[in-house]
Design a protein around this ligand. Structure first.
Ligand code: ATP
Length: 571
């Protein structure tokens, strides 16, 4: 792992994209196959392949406890190290003590592949004393870390955050450069296999073309850019477009295999167990394919308001009565693979044509109707018609659009009433007051600004007691020791792992020095917890600026670009 850590440092020290790629490529080229597979996964910030939904179940508090037991530092030292670095891995790296002769086990040298094997063993731990056995596994890893830099990176891998400015795209480019193959071919292999490690091994062996779709490996979701209702739509000029309803449900990618059906949420988690009737309907298709679509509550051909779906999601146990009361339908709108062939590069209309041949409309599954958008079409009338059908708005997709996983680009647009809400991530929490004094009910939230999160406000209201209690448990397990971003000495903020995404409604965006984003929200209130959205996809500082500019324009009597209603949907 020494060479891994040095390569990571090299990448971190280089600021340009090309330099980072070259530094990483040089390291990857020297690795044996099994170290290569593990190292590239680690460089994408994951202990396992993306398609692998196992976790290590080792939170920051646990890691700090095991490390302190091993290296004998106290809370104050940890806090100081954390304050100086702002990162648990870097902080613990500073606190590594050489093992005493008493504790020295026979030297176990850690390479990416052997570390991956210990991760496998930890992830497989279940049953009695699972936590203690996981901690023992972590201790075994940390014991081998006599080098501070190695310790820092091993902890960063365990926490899933390398913080060296490397995204999966750069790792893909580095693999391509290391083995002199086309980045596009590597990217496709990553998407098909759901594993950057498998793609790297294939790139090295020259077998990228042989990588087929691994059913059950979720593919990143393609996202849409918002456009506002307006008299004309210049964004749509010069290309052929299609339109369909924007359903107010839950986005789900369905992997239908000959034996199994697996459903994945936006966060790429397996949610098959939550929608048994959808899983059954898809199994009846008797095909092998990957679909993209939306699960909606539907009765007599009409979409029910989102709250019906929400009520069902809240229930832990699904009884037959509930399944009858809130019948679900999977509305498919895209086809990503058939058999073991990936269709992402086919134009949208062709994918749609193939989709229609696979899915008969029956109770549990249907295909979203779509049509070409004529040049003279009245987009606003189509939008109103979609709303009248009980849907949230309109999706407008370019007829020749490839499926671009994880991207919000100019291929897909979403048209809904522009709403003054932001999806933000909680970065710090505080104990509440009065009847909330025993729970963490005050949340500091942030928007994304490049690779960092910039605080924009605090919210106290909007969640139910049950939700707050559940979040309190989660925050306590995921608090970070301390942070450089304490706002002032009086603050009782407890920094937490930036993971919980909230939709925040507010009245106005104002410029303000109070928060590091440079903006503040007036009357912020929590609309809902967005379990379906990962923190990488929350709103950005650029979006806040857009809303701010739109509000200024409105104040000066310009086109009404943002209205004050919070989102209708409240899951
Ligand atoms: P929103 O909060 O507006 O749902 P989002 O940030 O969750 O947006 P976007 O990709 O920006 O996600 O907007 C598209 C979303 O709309 C998808 O995630 C999906 O859940 C939903 N959707 C509903 N109908 C469709 C459709 N026909 N095609 C694509 N996405 C659709």
């Amino acid at each position: 792992m020494e060479r891994f850590a040095q390569a990571a440092e090299t990448v971190a020290a280089r600021s340009g994209r090309l330099e980072k790629i070259a530094g990483l490529a040089e390291y990857l080229r020297q690795l044996e196959d099994d170290d290569l597979v593990a190292a590239v996964r680690f460089f994408t910030g994951r202990p396992f392949a993306a398609r692998d939904d196992r976790t290590l179940s080792l939170g920051g508090a646990t890691i700090a406890r095991v490390a302190s037991r091993l290296w004998g530092f106290g809370d104050a030292e940890l806090r100081a190290a954390y304050r100086a670095t702002g990162d648990l891995g870097a902080a613990l790296g500073k606190l590594v003590r050489p093992p005493s002769a008493m504790t020295l086990l026979p030297a176990e040298s850690l390479a990416p592949a052997s570390l991956a094997r210990i991760f496998d063993a930890i992830a497989d731990i279940a049953g009695k004393n699972a936590n203690a056995r996981r901690e023992a596994g972590l201790e075994r890893i940390l014991r081998t870390c006599v080098d501070p830099l190695v310790a820092a990176y091993v902890v960063k891998i365990v926490t899933g955050d390398l913080r060296i400015g490397l995204r999966e795209g750069l790792v893909v480019d580095a693999i391509a450069q290391a083995f002199a193959v086309a980045p596009e071919a590597v990217r496709r292999a990553v998407m098909a296999s759901g594993d950057v490690g498998a793609a790297a091994a294939a790139a090295k062996r020259g077998t990228l073309a042989d990588v087929r779709v691994a059913h059950g490996a979720p593919i990143g979701f393609m996202l849409a850019s918002p456009i506002s209702c307006a008299p004309s739509y210049p964004q749509l000029a010069g290309n052929a477009w299609t339109f369909e309803d924007k359903y107010d449900g839950i986005r789900v990618q369905a992997h239908v295999g000959s034996e199994t059906v697996r459903l994945f949420s936006r966060t790429l988690n397996d949610v098959s167990g939550s929608y048994p009737e959808v899983t059954r309907a898809l199994a009846d298709l008797r095909c092998e394919a990957v679909f993209d679509g939306e699960i909606v509550a539907m009765r007599d051909g009409r979409v029910l308001p989102f709250r019906h779906l929400q009520a069902r999601l809240r229930r832990k146990r699904l009884d037959d009565e509930l399944l009858r009361e809130v019948p679900l339908t999977y509305v498919a709108f895209d086809l990503l693979a058939v058999g073991d062939a990936l269709l992402l590069d086919e134009p949208y209309v062709r994918r749609r044509a193939r989709l229609a041949t696979l899915v008969p409309s029956n109770g549990g599954i249907s295909v979203a109707p779509f049509a070409h958008l004529g040049e003279a079409a009245d987009v606003n009338a189509l939008f109103e018609a979609a709303r009248a059908r009980g849907n949230e708005g309109l999706m407008i997709k370019r007829a020749d659009s490839p499926y671009v996983p994880g991207r919000r680009g100019k291929w897909w647009y979403k048209l809904k009433r522009e709403l003054a809400t932001l999806d933000a991530v909680v970065i710090a929490v505080e104990w509440g007051h009065g009847k909330r004094s025993g729970v963490l009910s005050d949340y500091t939230f942030a928007v994304r600004d490049g690779d960092r999160f910039a605080a924009i406000g605090k919210a106290y209201s909007g969640l139910t007691d049950a939700e707050i209690a559940e979040l309190t448990r989660w925050f306590l397990e995921h608090k970070l020791p301390d942070s450089r971003r304490r706002i002032n000495a009086r603050s009782h903020e407890i920094p937490v792992r930036p993971q919980v995404v909230l939709e925040i409604a507010f009245d106005v965006v104002q410029k303000s020095d109070l928060h590091e984003s440079g903006f503040a929200l007036r009357f912020p209130r929590i609309v809902r917890i967005r379990d379906d959205k990962p923190p990488e996809e929350i709103d950005t500082l650029a979006r806040v600026r857009e809303i701010y500019d739109a509000m200024l324009r409105r104040e000066s009597g310009d086109l009404l670009a943002v209205d004050r209603q919070p989102r209708r949907r409240s899951h």
